[in-house]
Structures are given as structure tokens and as C-alpha cells.
Design a protein around this ligand. Structure first.
Ligand SMILES: [Zn+2]
Ligand SMILES: [Zn+2]
Length: 124
């Protein structure tokens, strides 16, 4: 588990949301540290760039290399058993930008299958 983010500039993705009324999720994914030098986080220089660059060693990385380094941090309250817990793992970024589910995980305690959505879920 990584520290909670202090700056949005270091963050690739984050969301806070209610899970099915009784639950809660706070999820954050850092821009990965450069695997070459470990001194800076990989960033795009311009929004439209396809390549991510380390500001310390100037190495550049393709999107798939960058995506492979992403890790998800999740603090949650399970909506089924109502226990608080944490989850930390490799993050498979949804390949489709329109996909509404950003994370599927299993509660450590009751093993319910849970989902985190891109935006707070609207009532059905
Ligand atoms: Zn570097
Ligand atoms: Zn649970």
C-alpha cells in the first residue's frame, strides 16, 4: 500500500465513492516511478503525447510499459459485511475509456465480489 496522494500531479487516477449505500471506496493510482532511476514519476510532457518520460534520466516509455507499472491502492468499507479494509495490487487499466468499471476486487473479509466505478454510480 502506498501513501495517500499529496498532489494530484502524481496521480494517474483516483476516485472516492459510495459502494452500494453502506460501503465506501477511496482508490488511488500513482503515476509509476521510473523503473530505470526510481527518482521521478513518469509523465507525459504534453497531454497528447503517446510517450511517458522520466524528468530525471530522460528515458521514455511506451504506454504499454507505463500501464504495466500501475498499482492500485484502495481503502474501502465493504457494503456487504461493513468491515473496513485495504487492497493493493497491480492495476489493469480499463482499455476502453468508456468502460464504467475501473476495478473489480474481492472483499478480504467476506469475499464478496465488488466493483469500483469510474464515476459515482447512478441509481438504477
Ligand atoms: Zn528515470
Ligand atoms: Zn465484505
Amino acid at each position: 500500500m502506498e501513501e495517500k496522494p499529496k498532489s494530484v500531479a502524481d496521480i494517474d487516477f483516483f476516485t472516492r465513492q459510495i459502494l452500494d449505500e453502506k460501503g465506501f471506496a477511496f482508490m488511488w493510482v500513482y503515476k509509476p516511478l521510473c523503473p530505470e532511476c526510481g527518482k521521478a514519476r513518469l509523465k507525459k510532457l504534453k497531454k497528447r503525447d503517446k510517450i511517458y518520460v522520466c524528468s530525471e534520466c530522460n528515458k521514455s516509455f511506451e504506454k504499454n510499459q507505463y500501464d504495466d507499472l500501475l498499482k492500485v491502492n484502495l481503502e474501502y468499507t465493504c457494503p456487504i459485511c461493513e468491515k473496513k479494509s485495504e487492497f493493493f495490487d497491480k492495476w489493469v487499466k480499463p482499455s476502453n475509456k468508456k468502460s464504467t468499471i475501473v476495478l473489480k476486487f474481492e472483499c478480504n473479509n467476506c469475499h464478496s465480489k465488488l466493483k469500483v466505478y469510474r464515476m459515482s454510480k447512478k441509481k438504477k
